[in-house]
Write a protein that binds this ligand. Structure first.
Ligand code: BES
Ligand code: MN
Ligand code: ZN
Length: 493
């Protein structure tokens, strides 16, 4: 979608949308339309009892000869405005416009005398919410649905130059979110590990350096945990390292790591049939890391960043690993694989170790659709946050509140850690019936070598997430906005 910021909406606008706060006066074009239509707008506002409350929408059809529709969307009270709320309002507006089946619209903004949000910030936030919502995953439909994404939107604001500058960065993030959604939505016969690696390779156009490790290279590095998972699939695994060098030369990088299980059958410890199709989304962590790298590159983030994703299919054939097998990880630690369905941690064990060993990052954040148990604990409201570092944890939590991609910190303690000790190997890959998300996190912690680290369990948020004003897609792209914000607030100078 193309977004143009202008000082006023084009004269010939057939569809005029107004984002309006409670008690605010109609803005220029809407006021003129009201006048030319003998007060149609004010009358409609009154008879519909439209007050500008958040989520209120009023559609006035054919207010005069030249205009097809005027749509008012409530932005809530002026005093309560912030970027997050305005993004949601923008998202809602885009939804209404798509439902109206119009390809383009003009938008005016009337927020009263808001001290909290500058005009350009408000305009960019509304635009960004619209762009986030303006997404469909249609490529496998041969008959395209009637509702289509918006093609072009004009937004009027007194500070159109500044808004344009702000939105350039916001748009980079939207592109990252949409990429992550696409990757999660793709079926597993198309998006297998090698294909995922190909999609990541395309980020080189945005200036991201890409390295792709083959099974032979991983074998040489001793990645027995990751390779054990891959062993039952006809698709070869890949480890993709993405690198964005936007910071000072020689500055230690920050690192993001993603679980990229392109399909999780459970392996020999096979999953039940019902709902197994959702396991095409078991690469949601890797999708987020890839989308984040695209966003950071496209907005030329001033920091050095590593994005590493372990891409494997957890499938089942005669060569698949068995429950009870013992594998040796790159770290040298041995693992008894008591349940082949606890595969995400096996993959991350080798990728986390590899990343800290090779890049000596300032911190590592990994994302993984790791456990069903996190859905039991937190539902879809929060992702689980586990960390060995309070500062990193606080920063991620704060970015969560600002972006609406919320996290909730869970405990890590030696008592939980003990639950994965094994009497035959250094550890086992499951901890028993209770505290499943925590024992999974304890397992990961054994492979971070004391580097400041956070693990986000996104099983409840990366796929089949709660629909919202800015997202209606099954693959949500969750985490791109969160981590982009965390990076922007603390790691760019
Ligand atoms: N990919 C699943 C976790 C998952 C479940 C993600 C539901 C999204 C929705 C993971 O690999 C898994 O199977 N975990 C097991 C761990 C168990 C065997 C210890 C689980 O959660 O049941
Ligand atoms: Mn599994
Ligand atoms: Zn899995």
């Amino acid at each position: 979608m193309k977004i143009n910021f202008l000082s006023k909406v084009p004269a010939a606008s057939k569809l005029l949308a107004v984002v309006i706060a409670e008690g605010a006066d109609l803005p220029t074009a809407a006021a003129a339309l009201d006048k030319s239509s003998a007060g149609r707008l004010t009358q409609a506002v009154k008879s519909a009892r439209f007050t500008g409350k958040r989520e209120q929408v009023l559609e006035i059809i054919a207010p005069n000869r030249g205009v097809d529709r005027c749509i008012l969307v409530g932005a809530g009270p002026t005093s309560g405005l912030n970027v997050r709320e305005l993004e949601l309002t923008g998202g809602q507006l885009a939804g209404v416009l798509m439902a109206a089946k119009v390809p383009t619209a003009s938008v005016e903004i009337a927020l009263g005398d808001s001290k909290a949000v500058a005009a350009e910030v408000a305009a960019a936030a509304i635009a960004s919410g619209m762009a986030l919502r303006n997404y469909q995953f249609n490529i496998y439909k041969t008959k395209k649905p009637e509702t289509k994404p918006l093609a072009e939107v004009h937004i009027a604001t007194s500070r159109h130059m500044a808004a344009n500058g702000l939105f350039a960065s916001a748009h980079a993030v939207v592109e990252g979110v949409h990429l992550a959604r696409n990757l999660v939505n793709e079926p597993a016969n198309i998006l297998h590990p090698v294909e995922f690696a190909n999609r990541a390779k395309a980020l080189s156009k945005a200036g991201v350096k890409i390295e792709i490790l083959t099974p032979a290279q991983m074998k040489k590095l001793g990645m027995g945990a990751l390779l054990g998972v891959a062993q039952g699939s006809p698709f070869e695994p890949r480890l993709v390292v993405m690198r964005w060098d936007g910071g000072k030369k020689g500055d230690r990088p920050i690192a993001f790591v993603g679980k990229g299980v392109t399909f999780d059958t459970g392996g020999v410890s096979i999953k039940p049939a019902a709902g197994m199709e959702d396991m095409k989304g078991d690469m949601g962590g890797a999708a987020c890391v890839t989308g984040l790298m695209l966003a950071l590159a496209k907005r030329q983030a001033k920091c050095n960043v590593i994005g590493a994703v372990g891409l494997v299919e957890n499938a089942i054939d005669g060569a698949a690993q068995r429950p009870g097998d013992i594998v040796k990880s790159m770290s040298g630690q041995t693992i008894a694989v008591l349940n082949t369905d606890a595969e995400g941690r096996l993959i991350l064990a080798d990728v986390l170790w590899y990343v800290q060993d090779r890049f000596k990052p300032k911190f590592m954040v990994n994302l993984a659709t790791l456990t069903g148990a996190i859905l039991v604990a937190l539902g879809k409201e929060h992702a689980g946050l586990f960390s060995n570092n309070d500062e990193l944890s606080t920063r991620i939590s704060a970015a969560g509140l600002e972006t609406g991609e919320k996290v909730w910190r869970m405990p890590l303690t030696p008592a939980y850690d003990k639950m994965i000790d094994s009497d035959i190997a250094d550890m086992k890959n499951i901890g028993g019936r209770f505290a499943g998300s925590i024992t999974a996190a304890q397992f990961l912690q054994r492979f971070v070598n004391k580097v400041p680290w956070a693990h986000l369990d996104v099983a409840g948020t990366a796929m089949d997430a709660e629909k919202s004003a800015i997202n209606q897609s099954w693959g949500s792209g969750w985490g791109v906005r969160l981590l982009n914000k965390m990076v922007a607030d603390h790691y760019e100078k």
